[in-house]
Ligand binder design. Structure first.
Ligand code: NAP
Length: 260
């Protein structure tokens, strides 16, 4: 299927690895010019090289910086130019116990996982509307739908973003701009490997055995891949997905057990 977005320009935040990278790669393979960001310049350049090799003909720009800062966002927006597609992403807040989190921890989480995507949406949405086309996908977490106790900062901060998106997506729906959230369950990225690695070390368990044990609890019997995550993201940015807005799309191999 041709997604009809060849020649469009995308800003994909936090995209040198994992789900952001998977999304940038899938969009580039659809002929979309991508601007990718991350804090670490070296990994970011390696990611850009990989995308250029997989999608010759598209322009791949890189912006090294922290997307959760004012300066990082300004640089990313300036480099990307006219943005038709925005994929919001950033590192998730750390796990922990809510008894240990004070104002500082909460402000940091809300800043990164709620305010940052909101400010980026604000920066691009009117221009998209004037040009009668726009796609915004926020990478959030299945923890918004089924909260994970140790990820309280994520559960809370990301839910705030979902509330905002539910409203604003309807406000701009007539302008040809869609805004949706894409909620990953368990994807075998560096972040997940790190989390499982830390858990297994604590319990003195074998890492591979721990991976297998967790994968077996997922109805699909496996973790997701960044590649398949990116492909769903690209579909949500397609012309075919024009009537889909304000939605929370769960991609979790069937892990969430509810009917709705
Ligand atoms: P990952 O493999 O660790 O990749 C994170 C990417 O984001 C890297 O490119 C990283 O590069 C970049 N990044 C992190 N913080 C940034 C910042 N402040 N500014 C710019 N770039 C930044 O993580 P992932 O698994 O793809 O996760 C992506 C998001 O999905 C996270 O918010 C995570 O919590 C959420 N999520 C993931 C899963 C999963 O199973 N993987 C499940 C639920 C939710 P630098 O470090 O160089 O900046």
């Amino acid at each position: 299927m041709d997604f009809g977005i060849k020649g469009r320009n995308a800003l994909v935040c936090a995209a040198s690895k994992g789900l952001g990278f998977g999304s940038a790669l899938a969009l580039a393979k659809e002929g979309v010019n991508v601007t990718i960001t991350a804090r670490g310049a070296e990994t970011l350049e390696a990611a850009a090289k990989q995308i250029r090799a997989a999608a010759p003909g598209v322009t791949v720009k890189t912006v090294a910086g922290d997307i959760t800062t004012e300066a990082g966002r300004a640089e990313a927006l300036a480099a990307a130019g006219t943005i038709d597609i925005l994929v919001n992403n950033a590192g998730g807040p750390p796990p922990g116990d809510f008894h240990d989190w004070g104002r500082e921890e909460w402000v940091k989480a809300v800043d990164a996982n709620m305010i940052t995507p909101i400010l980026l949406i604000k920066a691009v949405v009117d221009g998209m509307g004037e040009r009668k086309f726009g796609r915004i996908v926020n990478i959030t977490s299945s923890a918004v739908k089924a909260p994970i106790p140790v990820l309280g900062l994520s559960n809370g901060a990301r839910s705030g973003l979902h509330g905002f998106v539910a409203g604003v997506s309807r406000q701009v729906a007539k302008t040809g701009v869609t805004i949706n959230n894409l909620l990953p369950g368990r994807f075998l990225t560096d972040r997940l490997k790190g989390t499982i690695g830390a858990q297994s070390k604590k319990q003195g368990a074998e890492l591979e055995a721990e991976f297998g044990k967790i994968a077996a609890t997922i109805p699909a019997g496996r973790f997701g891949t960044a590649e398949e995550f990116g492909q769903v993201c690209a579909f949500m940015c397609s012309v075919q997905a024009a009537y889909m807005t304000g939605q929370n799309v769960l991609l979790d191999g069937g892990n969430y057990p509810g009917s709705f």
